[in-house]
Design a protein around this ligand. Structure first.
Ligand SMILES: C[S@@+](CC[C@H](N)C(=O)[O-])C[C@H]1O[C@@H](n2cnc3c(N)ncnc32)[C@H](O)[C@@H]1O
Length: 193
């Protein structure tokens, strides 16, 4: 990663933390992925060569920029969904600054409604939004996955109750390997391939 992108991501990390310490309402929080989790996801994406990603929960595009950079060598693209139009305005500005607008399609609206409209196939799903709805979202996405697919969800350790149903579902899927990695807020990583 070049120095200017690394510095931009650091700037977003710092601003995100400062913002979230001040913000009183959740819609105004950035709630960015922990840097160590972003690094692990990036390594998996680059090592596996996946190219068609869907992200649920864009926020200000911190994780989207990590994904875009990780998918770029393989020519990959991302659809990133958020229901908050203010967050998508910020995301658009940050993606422009990082020069990744050509790799990312931002779709604003409720995740379940939008994933229903998406065609696929996708070989990477990153779930980082409303955890209680992850089961519904992944059920809609499962038929739209390519055979080889990576499915990652955040906040396993920080919100075990909210994510419990999803973990039951994803760990019971035949053909998928599944593990939980205690990095950042806890990542659920499932892989079929
Ligand atoms: C934890 S933040 C995403 C952080 C981002 N992935 C990052 O690391 O920079 C969760 C985001 O999901 C969005 N969100 C929550 N529920 C949603 C839903 N049902 N549909 C679409 N977006 C949703 C929120 O507006 C919020 O911006």
């Amino acid at each position: 990663m070049d120095k200017s992108l690394r510095e931009f991501l650091r700037e977003l990390e710092e601003k995100g933390l400062e913002n979230d310490a001040r913000a009183t309402e959740r819609p105004r929080m950035m709630l960015n992925l922990e840097p160590a989790s972003a690094q692990l996801i990036s390594i998996l994406v680059r090592a596996s060569g996946v190219t068609r990603a869907v992200e649920i929960g864009t926020s200000n595009a911190y994780s989207t920029i990590w994904l875009a950079w990780s998918l770029a060598p393989a020519g990959g693209k991302i659809v990133s969904i958020d229901r908050n139009p203010d967050k998508h305005a910020l995301a658009r500005e940050n993606l422009r600054r990082a020069n990744f607008m050509d790799r990312v399609e931002l779709r604003t609206g409720d995740a379940a409604e939008i994933v229903r409209q998406l065609e696929g196939p996708f070989d990477l799903v990153f779930l980082d939004a409303d955890r209680r709805n992850f089961p519904e979202q992944i059920q809609i996405l499962l038929p739209k996955l390519s055979w080889k697919a990576l499915v990652i969800a955040d906040n396993v350790l920080s919100h075990p109750e909210e994510i419990g149903e999803y973990l039951k579902l994803i760990s019971s899927l035949p053909d998928f390997q599944h593990t939980i990695v205690p990095v950042g807020k806890g990542l659920s990583i499932a892989y079929r391939g």
